[in-house]
Design a protein around this ligand. Structure first.
Ligand code: FES
Length: 182
């Protein structure tokens, strides 16, 4: 691993990255988990994150940006405190996913990739989030909400706004972002 002086990450995350860079046969395989952990800590993948991860993995920044642009769950701009991801893929679409998305747009006053003025919520239309059996489904940060209706969605949003969302306080716990090889 290339030496990183003055890491932008907390000591715990920097130590995690030190380890991640050593456990894969190809060092660059650590890039996606590192991007997810970095996003959890910083809030998005900033230019500074890109620069440090490139150094850590002996990559060009262009290599990092190529991977970054491929994965829709990676952000290059800050999201709201609660990132509301509404699935409109086939199962959810058949069970009201688009109506739910329109409802959220209206309720929050923002569109796809928008952030509310108070920074509390952001909204995204996403592809399947793996909860098809319980469609329509929405993911808020790392929490799933299923079998939703507009009325149930209102309750979900109200709970988060009141600081009483599922698994509150929101865990920016970097341990939940990606599986880590031992
Ligand atoms: S189609 Fe929406 S969770 Fe799979």
């Amino acid at each position: 691993m290339a030496a990183v002086a003055n890491s932008i990450f907390t000591p715990a995350t920097a130590a995690r990255f030190d380890k991640l860079a050593t456990i894969y046969p190809l060092k660059r395989s650590a890039l996606v988990p590192m991007l997810l952990y970095a996003q959890d800590e910083v809030g998005y993948v900033s230019d500074e994150v890109v620069a440090e991860l490139a150094v850590r993995l002996d990559l060009l920044e262009l290599d990092v940006r190529g991977v970054l642009s491929y994965y829709s769950m990676l952000r290059t701009v800050p999201a709201g405190k609660y990132n509301v991801q509404v699935c409109t893929n086939i199962s959810c679409m058949l069970r009201g996913g688009f109506e739910l998305l329109d409802h959220c747009k209206h309720k929050l006053g923002i569109g796809h990739k928008g952030v509310t003025a108070d920074g509390l919520f952001s909204l995204e239309e996403v592809e399947c989030i793996g909860a098809c059996c319980w469609a329509p489904a929405v993911q808020v940060n790392y929490d799933f909400h299923e079998n939703l209706t507009p009325a149930k969605m209102d309750a979900v949003l109200a709970d988060y706004a009141a600081g009483k969302g599922k698994n509150e306080p929101p865990s920016p716990s970097i341990g939940s972002a990606a599986p880590e090889a031992k």
